[in-house]
Design a protein around this ligand. Structure first.
Ligand code: GLU
Length: 510
């Protein structure tokens, strides 16, 4: 925290509904929550809002926690670790909410509604026919006490609704958007408690934000429309509402659609949306942290790369920009490349192992012990922007020599060299490889350059057949380092296989 500042420790919650996989928008909300909590030396609270049991997705809770942990957003209170206001899962707090509903009914701020689904549908149908906006007609709000008693005595299923004032307006302040007033006639008598006794989001969120002493609510812009109802509830209880900040929506790269649960294809390019997709693609948490921090807030007009500590120090709610913004994905790739290059080779090795294991059919332990990787990792460090690019740079090293088929013979031909000359190049190279001592990139490079000169062939053309023979690929990490990584014996096997194939070709064409 900057020293001149007098910010009080904030209690900030991230309150996702476990309805699907965590997406980038959700992660951005959590990140801003966390940054503000850390900036003020306050608490970051994870609360699960699962009152809509129909939309509950059992996998989402694990996915959510995994995503937050992966980005490094540790929570101080939450469903798994508890805390002074536990439980932190709303479906486990039913009895708590129940205590708050009767006082609201008694004070006239809420009422029981006995309307059946059939009646509600008939009302909606009528509204449709009259081209009126759909909504509850407040039938039960105007029941006489006698009618109410009679209905209660029948033990009929009922919900509890908020009695929105029929005139006037409701005003609240969003820290970055200013004062927002809504004509009360535009608000619905929203359901607060469903017929099974489960609260709705509106009711649970207000009770919990109050009970958990939340000081700041940062959430997506899509919740702006709910804020007047929440304000009415806070006022009805006589509670002070937390500071509200509705974060800007994130647009897809075309700037047209909202980026949420699905990856999108724009101009033939795929853009990821879910946090686990970013993990699987090999983005580093530090890079995504840096990237997302700058979505809707900006660290500095010039400095785009910053550490977590710098972000925490400077993060200020007042600087959040309310306008929607398209995600600059290219910047993420650029940042990820930077963060990859900043890793130590040992850390990069550890980070790529999960990506290589499946592709090369090896266990993490085998890869960890594999010394070839220690040589190869620094060679790809400059070349990859995502960790999932690593297998395509390294696969050749992990296959058996005989599995490289050289189906495209061009791979073995040096530029402007025919099959016979290319075979001769490799044969002379084999002599060098057999005797090189030490078998290091530097020594090999010297000897090969000398040999190319002796044979009167340009280095570029001369090296081509070796690269093809070694990797079976057009593009690979630097040749001599790759040779050193594989070791003399394996390199020779590959050279000899390639020579045999070239010689067969020469024989067949005479
Ligand atoms: N449970 C809501 C969600 O799924 C949270 C809204 C809020 O933060 O108030 O995003």
């Amino acid at each position: 925290m900057t020293t001149a500042e007098t910010t009080k420790p904030a209690r900030v919650r991230f309150a996702p509904s476990p309805t699907g996989y965590l997406h980038l928008g959700g992660l951005r909300t959590a990140l801003f929550d966390w940054l503000y909590a850390r900036h003020t030396d306050g608490q970051f609270i994870l609360r699960i809002e699962d009152t809509d049991q129909k939309r509950y997705n059992p996998e989402s809770l694990d996915d959510l926690m995994r995503g937050l942990r992966w980005l490094g957003l540790d929570w101080d209170e939450g469903p798994d670790i508890g805390g002074p206001y536990a439980p932190y899962i709303q479906s486990e707090r039913k009895e708590i909410y129940a205590q708050y509903i009767d006082p609201l009914i008694e004070s006239g701020h809420a009422y029981r509604c006995y309307c059946t689904p059939e009646r509600l549908e008939a009302v909606r149908e009528e509204q449709r026919q009259r081209n009126q906006p759909p909504g509850y007609d407040r039938h039960c709000r105007h029941l006489s006490p006698a009618e109410r008693e009679a209905l209660a005595a029948q033990n009929l299923p009922s919900v509890v609704r908020l009695a929105v004032p029929e005139t006037g307006s409701t005003t609240f302040t969003d820290l970055i958007r200013g004062e927002i007033s809504t004509d009360n006639r535009q608000l619905q008598d929203a359901v607060l408690v469903k017929s099974d006794g489960m609260p709705t989001y509106h009711f649970a969120v207000v009770v919990d934000d109050y009970l958990m002493k939340i000081t700041h609510v940062l959430r997506g812009q899509e919740w702006l429309a709910s804020a007047p109802l929440h304000k009415l509830l806070f006022d009805a209880f006589g509670w002070e509402a937390p500071v509200l900040v509705h974060l800007p929506i994130i647009l897809d790269p075309s700037g047209k659609g909202k980026m949420s649960k699905r990856k999108v294809i724009v101009a033939g390019k795929e853009y990821l949306a879910l946090v686990h997709e970013f993990m699987e693609a090999g983005y580093l948490p530090d890079a995504l942290f840096n990237f997302l921090t700058n979505v809707g807030w900006s660290y500095d007009a010039e400095q785009e790369v910053f550490s977590r500590e710098e972000a925490i120090d400077r993060f200020d709610l007042n600087d959040i920009n309310p306008s929607p913004a398209a995600l600059p994905y290219d910047k993420l790739d650029w940042l990820n490349g930077l963060y990859i290059r900043a890793l130590t080779p040992a850390a990069l090795k550890e980070a790529v192992i999960p990506f290589l294991g499946g592709a090369f059919n090896r266990t993490a332990a085998e890869l960890r012990a594999d010394q070839r990787l220690d040589h190869l990792i620094p060679l790809i460090q400059e070349r990859i922007k995502r960790l999932d690019e690593a297998p395509q740079w390294l696969d050749w090293a992990f296959v058996d020599a005989d599995a490289i088929r050289y189906d495209d013979l061009n791979l073995l031909l040096g530029k402007k060299l025919d099959a016979d000359t290319s075979a001769q190049v490799l044969e002379r190279g084999v002599d060098v490889l057999q005797t090189a001592d030490p078998f290091t990139a530097a020594a090999l490079q010297d000897s090969f350059r000398q040999l190319a000169e002796e044979m009167g062939i340009k280095a570029g053309s001369f090296f081509g057949p070796f690269r093809g023979a070694l990797t079976g690929k057009q593009v690979s990490p630097p040749l001599f380092e790759s040779m050193e990584a594989l070791g003399r014996e394996e390199v020779l096997r590959r050279m000899n296989n390639a020579i045999r194939i070239l010689r067969q070709e020469v024989a067949a064409s005479v």
